[in-house]
Write a protein that binds this ligand. Structure first.
Ligand code: C2E
Ligand code: MG
Ligand code: MG
Ligand code: MG
Length: 280
């Protein structure tokens, strides 16, 4: 569009909106440009299997390096994308970028599984599975290298549609996990119908684990229950030695958190992995 057409709506908005709304509108416009122009980036946080110490995968976590505001965390802009149609191009960008990175790592001999977060609206998008497939074949990566994380609350927004979507992703060969488990109100009757392999226990239960007996009981019984369903359990937000020790005692399978490593750019992750191999 030309400058004249761009200016007209701005004048209209400025007259009718308060400062807060105008700032949000500006952020929205900037975000749409960042998605379009490659202005977003992914950080990667490793996950470690407790039984043998192996790094079994990474989670891709979105960051927005903003020229004025610095590195913006996803909590500051993903909700805005989720409440608009921006979540679709945003997720499509994340999927392509993560798979492109997986391909690059594979060329360097690094074989990792990468987890991607999906929002509630993505589960209602009939084009989701197709753009995942397109990205996989474009970069020559098998679907088995992918995992998708979906929160309990996203699943519960439209449980039947979510189930249909997860079945299609599962049929591709990608793994599925329930994120932030315990923070929502999903019923076990529903969860057991889902083609998921992994339960990620919400950070809020993990952070107090070594000092809170109720949390220890919740985490312990969640692990037992998940294992009885044949699910792998990941604990999120593991920050201290004591958290890790408690999780080992409770039979947790995999940990993720600052104790192991913070999310980092792709190159830093490769260096981190290489340093581990030489010091192990
Ligand atoms: P999540 O999927 O539950 O991701 C875990 C969050 O916990 C990440 O925050 C991570 O940096 C943080 N974290 C990991 N270990 C620790 C720890 O030991 N202590 C503490 N205090 N925090 C830890 P982050 O990167 O800010 O992401 C927040 C949320 O934003 C994510 O929660 C996820 O729901 C959403 N998100 C991130 N990237 C994407 C994306 O590409 N698409 C969508 N739809 N959502 C995303
Ligand atoms: Mg996640
Ligand atoms: Mg989580
Ligand atoms: Mg979360």
């Amino acid at each position: 569009y030309d400058a004249k057409h761009r200016r007209v709506p701005h004048c209209v908005y400025d007259a009718g909106l308060d400062r807060h709304s105008r700032e949000r509108l500006a952020l929205y416009t900037e975000l749409s440009h960042a998605i379009r122009d490659g202005g977003l980036t992914l950080y990667y946080q490793p996950k470690q299997r407790l039984s043998d110490g192996r790094i079994v995968g990474v989670e891709a976590l979105l960051r927005w390096p903003h020229p004025q505001r610095g590195l913006i965390p996803p909590g500051a802009f993903i909700p805005m994308a989720e409440n608009s149609e921006l979540i679709r191009p945003l997720t499509a960008w994340v999927v392509d970028a993560a798979i492109r990175q997986l391909a690059a790592w594979r060329r360097d001999g690094i074989d990792l599984r990468c987890a991607i977060n999906l929002s509630a609206r993505n589960l209602l998008d009939p084009g989701l599975v197709e753009y995942i497939e397109v990205a996989l074949s474009r970069h020559g990566v098998p679907a088995t290298s992918l995992e998708f994380e979906v929160t309990e609350s996203a699943l519960m927004e439209d449980p039947n549609a979510a189930l249909a979507c997860l079945l299609r992703i599962h049929a591709l060969g990608a793994q599925l996990s329930i994120d932030d488990y315990g923070s929502g109100y999903s019923s076990l009757g529903y969860l057991k119908r889902l083609p998921v392999q992994t339960l990620k226990i919400d950070r809020s239960f993990v952070s107090q684990l070594s000092v809170s007996q109720p949390d220890e009981i919740i985490v312990g019984s969640t692990i037992t229950l998940a294992h009885n369903f044949g699910l792998t359990v990941v604990a999120e937000g593991v920050e201290h030695d004591a958290d890790r020790d408690a999780l080992i005692a409770l039979g947790c399978d995999v940990i993720q958190g600052y104790w192991l490593a913070k999310p980092m750019p792709a190159a830093a992750l490769a260096a981190w992995l290489a340093a581990r191999v030489t010091t192990d």
